[in-house]
Design a protein around this ligand. Sequence first.
Ligand code: DOR
Ligand code: ZN
Length: 348
Amino acid sequence: MTTRITIKRPDDWHLHLRDNDMMRAALPYTARVFGRAICMPNLLPPVRTTADGKAYRERILAALPKGSKFKPLITCYLTDDTDPDDVERGFRDGVFTAVKMYPANATTNSAAGVTDYKKIERVLARMEKLGMRFLIHCEEVASGVDVFDREAVFIEQRLIPMTKRFPGLKIVHEHLSSKIGVDYVRSTGGQVGASITPYHMELTRTDWIGGGLRPYMFVMPVIKTEVDRLALREAATSGDACFFLGTDSAPHPVSRKLAQVGIPGIFAAPVAIESYVKIFEEEGKLDKLEAFASLNGPKHYGLHPNADTITLEKKPWVAPVAMKVEGPEEIALCHKGGETIEWQVVDC
Ligand code: DOR
Ligand code: ZN
C-alpha cells in the first residue's frame, strides 16, 4: 500500500481568491501548496480591463506570505463590450493569462457577463490569433432550461458552434460536472480541455439534498448524479491530457451561504490536494495523480510544469471547520470541515 507520494508541484487552474479581507484570509491555503493558480475575475466590480488585472495582481502579490513563490495568473472577465485591443495588450504585457466567460446570471457575480454571443466574436477571433486561452462557465441559463441540464444544453447550443467557428481557439470547459461533458471534451481532440473540482467527484445531489439540505454543498454547476460522479472520476484518473486540476475553491461569508437565497460556492482550498489524492487512491490510480495535478494543466495552457515537488503522506488530521475573516465578513465554512482527512502534505 502506498503511504507516501511525491509529485511535481501542482497548480490550481480554477480558483476564486476574492479580494481584500477574504482574499488575505484565503490566499495562504493555496499559496502553500500550489505553484500557480488561475484567479477568477468575478470580483465586484469584475476584473474587466488590463488596468483592473494589473491592480488585482498587485493586491494579491502584496498579500502573499513572505518568501512565497506562488504566482497568480490573472484572467479578464468578458462582457458584451470587452475591447479586443485591451485584451491583446493585457496578454502581450503578461497581465492576462486568459479570458473568462460567464453567461450573464449563471453564478456568483456574473450579472455583467455575456448576454449577446454575436458581440464577443471579435474578442474570440483576436484570442484565436494570439493563442490566448478561453475559459468558459459552460451553462445555458435561458429560462426553460432545467438547472441539471444547463451544461449539456450549453455544449450543444453554444460550445459546439464556437469550436467550429474558431477551430484554433483553445478552450477550457471549467468545472466539468456531467458525463455528457466528459464525453464531449474527449471528442474534441485537444481543442477543449476541462478543469475538474474535488467535490464533483466526491458528492452527488443525494448527498446535497437527500438527507436534509446541506446549503454549503450548493455550487454552480450543481452537483449531479452518481453516473456523472463516476464519469468524472474515471476522466480525472485516466491520465488523459485534456483533464486537469481546478478546485473552484470559492469562499463565502457564512451569512450569504445560509441566506433566504443562498449563494453558490464551496471553500475547498484547505483540503484541496488532500481530497484529490484520496480520490486517486480510491480509484487505484495514484500513478496518474501527477499528470492530472501538475502536468496536463500547464500543457493545455502552453506553459511549463513547475520544477519543484511536494510530498504527501497518509497521516490523518482534522480539517478546519471554518476560516476566520477579518472585518465584517465573519467566517467562511470549509469543505469537509471537522472531518478526518487521511492524506497530509508533509513537504512543500
Ligand atoms: O459555485 C460557484 N461559485 N460557481 C461559480 O461558478 C462561481 C463561484 C463563486 O464565485 O462563488
Ligand atoms: Zn468558479
